[in-house]
Design a protein around this ligand. Structure first.
Ligand code: SAH
Ligand code: MG
Length: 222
């Protein structure tokens, strides 16, 4: 599906303007490109990095590890005591992620959990300061209750690919191949925008990123 979110010349300009990764992260980008692994776009990576530095989370949960690229981006923006749990269903790709994470010396701070996110999330009870959703796009609605449950008050929920190359606008009218995901993502967007527990804004950066703040518990004095 053709990308219909931003003008190509703006995307090109942005990618050539922001500071780009070098060293090991650049190698991961090249590996992803060569092997058709959909890692976050550079401009989304820069956006997440800034948010992590602003929020200073101690614990991050990522859903959808792939080769460990976004986990590394986030970890390097965290304080030295921060940790990341990241869930990946594909054992082969999870092994690649583990290898990459070990090579960078981050294996004591990034834990790769292999399994179907819906099942793994059921088993998690410890809270997180930031949750990054970037796995099966058709299942975001199922992840939402867990994400809200697992987020601390004032925690951040970041959801990637919520505009799905623009296909989400078409919803029911999206081409057959993309319809289920487009319909589900449209429903998800509506839910996070109207959930009383969240304050959400949707940024048309990369493939569309939603940022939802879990509202703090009301101060009794108010
Ligand atoms: N966050 C990564 C990219 C993730 S791509 C980055 O930006 O670097 C999405 C990943 O989600 C794929 O590796 C895919 O195998 C995984 N995935 C798909 N369905 C899943 C599920 N149900 N549970 C866990 N992971 C899933
Ligand atoms: Mg993504």
């Amino acid at each position: 599906m053709e990308d219909r979110i931003n003008y190509p010349e703006i995307v090109y300009f942005l990618r050539n303007t922001i500071k780009r990764e070098t060293g090991y992260l650049k190698e991961l980008e090249d590996f992803a490109l060569k092997n058709h692994i959909p890692i976050i776009q550079p401009e989304s990576a820069a956006f997440i990095k800034t948010l992590v530095m602003l929020k200073r989370p101690q614990r991050i949960l990522e859903v959808g590890t792939a080769i460990g690229y976004s986990a590394t981006i986030m970890l390097e923006a965290m304080d030295k005591s921060g940790i990341i749990d990241t869930i990946e269903i594909d054992e082969q790709i999870a092994e690649i992620a583990k290898r990459n994470i070990k090579k960078m010396g981050y294996d004591n701070r990034i834990r790769v959990i292999i399994g179907d996110a819906s099942e793994v999330l059921e088993c998690i009870n410890s809270p997180y300061d930031l949750i990054f959703l970037d796995a099966a796009k058709g299942q975001y609605c199922e992840y939402l209750e867990h994400a809200v449950r697992l987020l601390r008050p004032e925690g951040l929920l970041l959801s990637d690919n919520v505009l799905y190359k623009g296909g989400v606008v078409q919803g029911e009218n999206a081409p057959h191949k993309h319809r289920t995901i487009a319909v589900n993502l449209k429903k998800y967007l509506y839910e996070i925008c109207h959930d009383e527990r969240l304050e959400t804004s949707v940024i048309p950066i990369g493939d569309g990123m939603a940022i939802s703040l879990k509202k703090g518990e009301l101060d009794e004095k108010d």
